[in-house]
Design a binder for this molecule. Structure first.
Ligand code: NDP
Length: 281
């Protein structure tokens, strides 16, 4: 018998409403892996102690969520390419004795997108310039998107993200200020709502875009995982667009972490079913 599980987990605050533990433990059980995922509520002033503790206890990896995604970097030994450019880490992985920071938010989005459309040589329009938008913009640019248009309400933040993509990737990025109902560029191949508009309980909040400007040929995605079926996606579908929900991004992000930590590609259907149950409970 082996009574010692391999440990993984999450450092965040608040932590109690973070559903990742439910997804990961279900997938570990499904694949017969003797792993555990521990949800830890860690205040900023104790982050260094928490990381030292995780290392001492033999963790092989952990997620870090708000407010630690940037502060964690100084406690790691190195960063993967997209995490370095994005400047934020949501997944730490122990590789050959070194702690490497990854950003799997953008990877999760990319993995949910590619079965529907390959972003290579595509024009991607991203609504928002916060953490999720940053991760998606950088990851799609690294994956070969040639144009990235950022629309954001706060100009400075939007321009900063466009500058980052222009400076650190081969994609050509531009910023458009977002005031009132935004007309979407007619040549957009992929449109992503990467704002927090529409997240439960404010699911009735509308993303201010011109409803008749969704290009019918485009794939339209939302980062909002709850509810998965947002008003934004409903409007896009009514215009004939193919749609991708935020639950898919969340599942693919968790699946990427799982594969990093275990070396096993998880069954994503198991993960998605657990999330659907969590969000309808
Ligand atoms: P941030 O707070 O970093 O960014 C929020 C973004 O939304 C900003 O660009 C902000 O614009 C914009 N925004 C918010 N309210 C409005 C509004 N009323 N009108 C116009 N723009 C608005 O949040 P994150 O980027 O970390 O998260 C965004 C969303 O992504 C969250 O809902 C989160 O749940 C989701 N998410 C989903 C993931 C998944 O796997 N599905 C993973 C990570 C995040 P401004 O700069 O002008 O304030």
């Amino acid at each position: 018998m082996n009574f010692l599980p391999t440990l993984t987990g999450s450092l965040s605050q608040p932590a109690a409403d973070n559903p990742t533990v439910a997804i990961m433990e279900a997938a570990y059980a499904h694949h017969g892996l003797h792993y555990r995922y521990i949800n830890m509520d860690v205040p900023p002033e104790l982050l260094a102690d928490a990381v030292r503790g995780a290392k001492a206890q033999g963790y092989v990896g952990f997620n870090c969520s708000l407010p630690h995604k940037v502060a964690i970097i100084e406690h790691l030994d190195g960063l993967a390419e997209s995490a370095r450019i994005i400047g934020a880490v949501n997944c730490a992985v122990k590789r050959n004795g070194r702690w490497i920071g990854e950003n799997t938010d953008g990877k999760g989005f990319l993995h949910s997108l590619t079965p529907v459309v390959d972003p290579t040589r595509k024009h991607v329009v991203i609504l928002g310039a916060g953490g999720a938008a940053r991760a998606i913009a950088v990851e799609l640019a690294l994956a070969g998107a040639t144009r990235v248009t950022i629309a954001n309400r706060a100009r400075e933040r939007g321009q900063e993200l466009a500058d980052l993509v222009n400076g650190k990737t081969d994609a050509k990025a531009s910023f458009i200020p977002w005031e009132g109902n935004l007309p979407l560029p007619a040549d957009a191949d992929v449109v992503v709502n990467a704002t927090s508009i529409g997240l439960a309980p404010d699911w009735q909040a509308r993303v201010p875009v011109q409803a008749d400007s969704f290009p019918a040929h485009a794939v339209v995605a939302d980062v909002i995982p709850n509810p998965p079926r947002t008003l934004f996606l409903g409007e896009a579908e009514a215009r004939g667009c193919r749609i991708l929900d935020g639950l898919g991004m969340l599942v693919n992000q968790a699946a990427t972490n799982f594969a990093f930590w275990t070396g096993v590609e998880p069954d994503k259907d198991v993960m998605r079913r657990v999330l659907e149950q969590v969000f309808t409970a």
